[in-house]
Write a protein that binds this ligand. Structure first.
Ligand code: ADP
Length: 463
């Protein structure tokens, strides 16, 4: 890139020099021609003043040796018909052609003076002719001189021209080199900095450059690198969460399996001496199997929520009948825990997935029953506030201690592990609820007082 910039810079410079040189020489040529013509005209004017037209003109013009710019001038005097009367170049002017048709003569006849530039047949070189109408009689005076314009000067000036060209070229090469370096150096630095991306925790920093475009590249690169790093971190974090989930899930499954195995071994070894004990062991095996079943159900629910969100079918779901039906199915659990359930429901229709909504209310109401006290109450309210549907599940139960309030939505987190297990809890219920609420861009709020009760408020936008 540096070479290309350098090369192009020099090409542009040479073109500019050529172009400006041509324009300059055309202008100078014109000035030179004009000045020479004016000088020649002045000479003719003086000659006209000094000549005595009454006597022989030949000796008069021969006496005048006009040397102009190192070249001898030739003088001619004609009558107004173009007939030659005297010529400094020839001894016998009688041999000369009539000059009336010459361009400079025609012009002088019309305008008082005239000029022409052409190649002389006799001298075989470019000549400048200037003619002048005498103010003292019917005569035309003409002066002719070799004139090759700038060419003569160029030869004289050649060393100076070459020297200045050389100096210009050297200075511009130095500048072009510096200029191309000022572009390529930042690029090298940027790419050098980009190599850091291979490191574990790259911290890119670019210094400000002279060119805005380069700063833009540096800035965009930095932002891109930051974004890549952020998403890498997110991926790492998600990987960690997943890993943790699998570890926890296997651990949770291992516990019931171990105890089932234990009870079966007890039965096999004839440790259950009477029928009652046998029934007791069987009941415990059944309970552990049920725990495993709900754990697997919850794990499946989470994995569905995480992976199959795109395939979810959305329908119009009437919330009140759904809650009613749930309360009906949870009645045995409520009776068992001596809890009464109240409901106040405004008709609400949501565009949601039925299974997810059922799971959400099921988890909240089940918790409100499970973590209640005998003679306790559960109150379910469904209302509309602005554009949101609001669902409140309150209980008069054991409450949640301050330090656990943030953590109850984490997977497998339980405040009282013993109680949760006894109640068949998996520790996944509230994390599933939060997942579903987030899916519908809603929010969930927890208010709880230890020993007094808990209130969970879910807000879901209705469109
Ligand atoms: P679990 O299956 O154990 O109920 P959840 O995720 O539903 O798991 O709840 C996590 C923990 O939060 C529970 O173990 C319990 O300690 C606490 N919790 C949830 N709901 C309530 C509630 N209504 N009252 C008191 N504690 C609750």
């Amino acid at each position: 890139m540096k070479k290309v910039i350098f090369k192009n810079f020099i090409i542009i410079l040479i073109l500019a020099l050529l172009l400006s040189g041509s324009i300059f020489s055309v202008i100078i040529s014109n000035v030179l021609l004009k000045n020479t013509r004016q000088n020649m005209l002045n000479i003719l004017h003086i000659m006209d003043q000094t000549f005595d037209y009454e006597v022989d003109l030949k000796p008069q013009i021969d006496n005048l040796t006009i040397v102009y710019e190192g070249n001898k001038a030739r003088l001619t005097i004609m009558d107004i018909n173009g007939g030659i009367m005297a010529d400094s170049g020839v001894s016998d002017h009688m041999d000369m052609d009539n000059h009336i048709d010459r361009e400079e003569i025609q012009e002088a006849l019309g305008e008082g003076n005239g000029w022409a530039r052409r190649k002389s047949d006799t001298l075989k070189m470019s000549m400048l002719y200037v003619s002048y109408m005498s103010r003292h009689g019917d005569y035309i005076l003409r002066i002719a001189m070799p004139f090759s314009g700038l060419v003569d000067y160029v030869l004289v000036l050649l060393p100076a021209i070459l020297l200045s060209l050389g100096v210009t070229l050297i200075i511009s090469m130095i500048l072009a080199n510096r200029f191309s370096r000022s572009i390529t150096k930042p690029l090298y630095e940027i790419s050098e900095e980009l190599l850091k991306l291979q490191e574990k925790n790259p911290e890119l920093s670019f210094k400000p450059y002279e060119y805005d475009e380069l700063n833009l590249i540096a800035d965009t690169t930095k932002r891109m690198a930051d974004a890549v790093r952020e998403s890498m971190k997110k991926i790492e974090f998600e990987k960690m969460i997943r890993q943790e989930f699998f570890t926890n899930a296997s651990h949770e499954l291992k516990t019931p399996i171990t105890s089932i195995k234990g009870y079966i071994e007890l039965l096999e070894n004839g440790m259950a001496t009477d029928e009652n004990m046998k029934m007791e062991f069987m009941a415990r095996i059944k309970k552990e199997a049920q725990n495993m079943a709900s754990l697997i159900n919850d794990i499946l629910m989470i994995s569905r929520l995480e992976t199959k969100e795109a395939e979810i079918t959305i329908t119009e779901v009437r919330i009140c009948p759904l809650i009613n039906e749930l309360i009906e199915s949870l009645k045995p659990l409520a009776v068992e825990n001596e809890v009464t359930i109240e409901m106040s429901c405004k008709p609400i229709v949501l565009m949601v997935n039925y299974g997810q909504m059922r799971e959400l209310f099921n988890n909240l109401i089940t918790n409100a029953i499970k973590y209640n006290k005998p003679k306790g109450k559960v109150k379910i309210t469904a209302t509309i506030e602005g554009k949101d549907a609001i669902f409140i599940v309150e209980d008069t139960g054991v409450g949640i201690p301050e330090e656990s309030k943030q953590r109850v939505f984490e997977r497998f987190y339980r405040v009282d592990k013993g109680r949760s297990k006894k109640m068949g809890g998996t520790g996944l219920g509230l994390s599933i609820v939060k997942h579903i609420v987030n899916y519908y861009n809603g929010s969930i709020e927890l208010d709880s007082m230890l020993g007094r009760g808990t209130r969970l408020t879910v807000r879901i936008p209705m469109n």
